[in-house]
Design a protein around this ligand. Sequence first.
Ligand SMILES: Nc1ncnc2c1ncn2[C@@H]1O[C@H](COP(=O)(O)OP(=O)(O)O)[C@@H](O)[C@H]1O
Ligand SMILES: [Mg+2]
Length: 265
Amino acid sequence: MAKLLDIHKLSAGYRDAVVIDDLSFGIGQGEAVSLLGRNGVGKSTLLATIMGLTTVSKGCLEFDGKNIANTANYQRNRMGIGYVPQEREIFASLTVEQNMRVAARPGEWNIAAAYKLFPRLEERRNNYGNQLSGGEQQMLSMARALVGNPKLLLLDEPLEGLSPVMMDILLDAVKQLKQSGLTLILVEQHAHLALEVTERVVIMDRGRIVHDGRSDLLLKDDATMHQLLGLAHAHQVENTAENSAENAAGNISASVRKPDLKLAS
Ligand SMILES: Nc1ncnc2c1ncn2[C@@H]1O[C@H](COP(=O)(O)OP(=O)(O)O)[C@@H](O)[C@H]1O
Ligand SMILES: [Mg+2]
């Protein structure tokens, strides 16, 4: 079966600076993929390239069977690519509900469905974008992408800068989206958390893909995690006294138990 997204020998970047280098990569319908890598390797640039926001110098980019290499950004969005950029994209001067209304397109993801995924947003429906906490802004940014009813959802570090409680809420939302069959790419610095909610993982280094495999296998592969992501060994982190104390308290979520499992810069 044709891939939903098919990238072939693609090079892209910003004006003359080539960041994505001869990269090939495909995603099938319904796949949830973690896109990992150290800071600056080109993860955000790859998502921006799929979204049509960079300069492509070489290669092919097919989405849903159509060559979109020359398709404008807003048209890609209409064709079904949803994008939650690293800088949360919401309107500060619109309410939560208005923010969603201007992004909505017909489909199963309507505003009621977004409120069901994020009940907190319904409580805040009449608050303006600039009255929201970081976590609420991230929920709204994701909700805005969802009510556009995308076939492919691109998430760029949705957990960045959030409290552990908010991280859990957003991670759980990603898990629900995956279970609903939505195709998605999740860029994350919290590698272990991303691996837990996706089935496949792609690792980038200097604009190229250096690993493509199953998330569950990478989770058990400390050596590769260390080599490609610069992560500390998981068991060393989990056995620290501080973490044991937190675990014993019983009220700390999984995401807080692994504070060191963030990629090194
Ligand atoms: N808007 C931009 N203009 C020029 N260079 C950029 C821009 N955004 C990112 N870069 C450069 O592209 C490279 C990859 O960055 P990025 O895609 O943000 O990496 P990552 O998301 O993996 O941390 C870096 O060298 C960065 O400095
Ligand atoms: Mg980035």
